[in-house]
Every structure is written in structure tokens, then in C-alpha cells.
Design a protein around this ligand. Structure first.
Ligand SMILES: [Zn+2]
Length: 442
């Protein structure tokens, strides 16, 4: 008996090992990053569909687009952006100053009729920065967005718990008339919230030299935003770029959720319950929270309600994203299950073979990058130990790999539960499955 087998046998002999509540922790920000940043775009400009959405997609980031429902927004274009993970939100019906209180609910129902969104239509940006009936806003939305906080005697950035009033969420104006003009202005603001573990939001209209429709106020240099996204990608371990509504959901869920061990712990697995009871009916509050659980296991499999989650082990913890109120989370020692379940020797070292779910252990030990479990089907993208981009859960879908410049490198079809799709030089790659994208680093 070799040492490894001996140690597994010893663990089994010991039986249960205690799991304590403090062994599991919910991250302040997704991916245990230090801060969050949200980019919001007002007025439903044609350039938002033609230029801005594709720019964010190129870097694997998502933004919030606040449309004015009577200004004939490109519903088809914005609908496709919503399918691609962007947030489409309200900017009133008529853009009055102030907007009519009746437009608070009616703009929401119009957008909900036109556009299907996974997390619903949950945020509103006030036209002309004027706050309508706060109580009606908070009956319909989880966020009511103003403009610069400093225009209201508040700070321009928020702390980790968001604003003091969710009907007055600040966002800093960009462009000719704003205080954020250059890439350095954007990155300076993001660096500031990284220092404070806070949240920065930006408010942009159209872009210099683009087709902006009625979004003519304070045009912003689109290349300044591109520079900001490049910087964010280089600092991805610190800054979480996500739509305003998703960040708001994350904060509310994080502050209301508990993660609790469900038993004393078995030799090879731990079970946790992640739950909250948030009272309002506006959102389902089912945005995934980032979790870490203390472990001494080197190879861990995490499932929630039986479905495998992306995970990575690092520095004595296993990291993963899970949805509150969505079933038991089981953290399992994957080495132990392979040893105990197989008497036949299964080798996963032959790197030429595509991994297949039917081969136990093949493709294990994935190194998850930017875990984001937010789709109807549980597809995941990660780097294998031998430096391949691996896609799982994409059966029947088209898989396309792009480099960070958006050039298509390979198109293939999802076959097995898990397959290697590409290997190449070090860098960031974008993997598109169906109409959803993921970012992965090699
Ligand atoms: Zn506006």
C-alpha cells in the first residue's frame, strides 16, 4: 500500500471530521475581487448597439443600457445584447424633467414585453438626474440611479454595501461635460475603489464621431472606454466589471445570505446550505455568490443540487460560485472518490485524447478562471492542467474560440460532457458557446 492510499484509509478510519461555519466564507465581491465597477449607458443610442455592446463583448465584460421607451430604441439589437448578458434597463418613457411617476412602472412593463432577461428588468436611471417618487421606484426596481453623487452632496463612489439609499445610486458622468474623460480618469476611479473595497459606477451617453441618435449630450471618447476595459482585464483579479443590477443583487444577497454546514462532515465530503430570505418581489435574487471553503484536499469536486460547479483549489481553500436558495452544495474529495471507485487503472496523462465524462478522472483538476454560473445550461470554460481550454456542458452547441482582439481561432461543436477545444500561446481568450461568452486565460 502506497502512502497516498494509506492516508485515504487513515482518513476513512477517522470517520467524520468537524466542519465549522467559519470554514466557509461569502466573498465581498464576485471572484473575491477587491472592488466593483459598473458602466451604464443612457438614452438607447444606435451606437450602443453598433459600437459599445461589441466593444464590451470583445473584452468579455457586460454593461447596463438604459433605454427611453418612446424614443424607438432598436429593440432587436438591445434584445440580442440582453441574450448576450448585458443588462437592458429603464430610462423612463418620455425623458421628462422629472419623469412622470406613472412612467416608473409603465416603462418597466414595456421593456419586459420587448426583452427577456435572465434576471428581469430591475434598474432605472432617472432622466435629467431628477428623482421621481422614491417609494414607487423602490416598489418596482432594486436600483434608482442618479448622476454624480457629488451633485447631491454625496460621494461619487460607493462602499462595499452600495449607496445609503437604493433610490439614489450615484454614477459619475463621462465625456465632454463630465469629470471622466480619458482612460486615466476611468482607471484612476477604479484604482480608488480597489483601495476602498468599494463600487464605482460610470454614466455615459453617446460617443464622439458615432451615430448617437438623441443621445447627444456629453459624448465620450469610445477609445477611452476601450483603454479602461483593457486595464480592467489586466487587473481582473482586483476589479469586478458587471452591470449595475447584477452588482446591486450581489450586495443585497451577500448581506442577507448565510452559508452553513449541514452536518458534522464526512471523511470525503462536506455539505453546505447557502440561503437568504429577502422580502421584496422585484428580483429573484439568484445571482451567484462567490464562496470559499477551507480544505486540505488537493483535488475537489463541487456540486450544487447535483450539478457540477466550476471550482479551483488554492492556498488551502476551494473557490466556487453558487446560487442562494438553489439546493445543497456538496464539496467532495475527488481523489478519494477516484481511488475508491476504480480498480482499473485510468490514465488521464495522454494529453492527445479529448476528455469524456465516461472516463473517470479525465480532465479533473480544472483551473477555473472568472467563474460565472449564470446561464440556463451549466456550461463552463476552464484551463486544463496541460494548458488546454476545456469546455464542459456544451453538448449540441457551437463553440467558438476568439483571441483577445476578437479574431476567430477555432469553431467546433460540443460533443462530450467535457472537451478540450484549443491550446495556444499565453493570453486571454474568449470562448463563445451558443450566444454566451466566457473569458479564459492560458
Ligand atoms: Zn438621458
Amino acid at each position: 500500500m502506497d502512502y497516498k492510499k494509506l492516508s485515504v484509509a487513515a482518513l476513512i478510519a477517522l470517520g467524520s471530521s468537524m466542519v465549522f461555519a467559519q470554514d466557509a466564507e461569502i466573498a465581498t465581491w464576485a471572484g473575491f475581487r477587491k472592488a466593483a465597477a459598473s458602466f451604464t449607458f443612457d438614452d438607447g443610442a444606435p451606437s450602443h448597439v453598433s459600437d459599445c455592446g461589441p466593444l464590451f463583448d470583445k473584452y468579455g465584460y457586460k454593461a447596463t443600457f438604459n433605454v427611453v421607451t418612446s424614443w424607438s430604441p432598436d429593440w432587436n439589437g438591445f434584445g440580442n445584447m440582453a441574450k448576450n448578458g448585458h443588462e437592458i434597463a429603464s430610462h423612463s418613457v418620455n425623458h421628462g424633467n422629472p419623469m412622470g411617476d406613472n412612467e416608473i412602472a409603465s416603462s418597466k412593463s414595456t421593456i419586459n414585453e420587448k426583452i427577456q432577461q435572465k434576471y428581469g428588468m430591475i434598474t432605472l436611471a432617472y432622466p435629467n438626474c431628477t428623482v421621481p417618487s422614491e417609494s414607487q421606484v423602490l416598489q418596482n426596481y432594486i436600483v434608482g440611479r442618479i448622476c454624480n453623487g457629488s451633485w447631491k452632496g454625496m460621494a461619487d463612489e460607493m462602499g462595499k454595501d452600495g449607496p445609503s439609499n437604493w433610490a439614489q445610486v450615484p454614477a459619475t458622468m463621462t465625456g465632454d461635460e463630465g469629470q471622466i474623460k480619458s482612460t486615466n480618469d476611468f482607471t484612476g476611479r477604479m484604482q480608488k475603489v480597489i483601495q476602498s473595497n468599494g463600487w464605482a459606477a460610470f454614466l455615459t451617453h453617446g460617443f464622439q464621431g458615432k451615430n448617437n441618435g438623441r443621445a447627444t449630450y456629453s459624448p465620450t471618447d469610445l477609445s477611452a472606454i476601450e483603454g479602461a476595459l483593457k486595464w480592467a482585464q489586466q487587473n481582473d483579479k482586483d476589479i469586478w466589471v458587471a452591470p449595475m443590477g447584477y452588482v446591486a443583487m450581489y450586495i443585497k444577497e451577500r448581506n442577507a445570505s448565510k452559508i452553513e454546514p449541514q452536518d458534522g462532515g464526512a471523511a470525503n465530503s462536506m455539505t453546505f446550505k447557502l440561503s437568504h430570505t429577502i422580502a421584496d418581489n422585484i428580483s429573484k435574487y439568484d445571482y451567484p455568490l462567490s464562496i470559499k471553503v477551507k480544505t486540505s484536499w488537493s483535488n475537489v469536486e463541487v456540486t450544487q443540487d447535483g450539478a457540477k460547479l466550476e471550482s479551483k483549489v488554492d492556498g488551502g481553500y476551494v473557490y466556487f460560485d453558487a446560487v442562494p436558495n438553489a439546493g445543497s452544495i456538496v464539496v467532495k474529495d475527488a481523489n478519494a472518490s477516484v481511488e475508491s471507485s476504480s480498480s482499473s487503472e485510468v490514465e488521464s496523462s495522454s494529453s492527445e485524447f479529448l476528455c469524456d465524462a465516461l472516463i473517470p478522472g479525465c480532465g479533473d483538476n480544472p483551473w477555473a478562471i472568472a467563474p460565472e454560473i449564470q446561464d440556463n445550461f451549466h456550461f463552463a470554460v476552464y484551463r486544463s492542467f496541460d494548458n488546454y481550454i476545456v469546455v464542459s456542458g456544451a453538448q449540441g452547441h457551437e463553440i467558438t474560440v476568439f483571441n483577445s482582439l476578437g479574431h476567430k481561432l477555432r469553431t467546433t461543436r460540443g460533443l462530450g460532457a467535457e472537451q478540450k477545444v484549443y491550446t495556444g500561446a499565453k493570453g486571454v481568450y474568449i470562448v463563445k458557446v451558443g450566444n454566451k461568452t466566457r473569458k479564459v486565460k492560458l
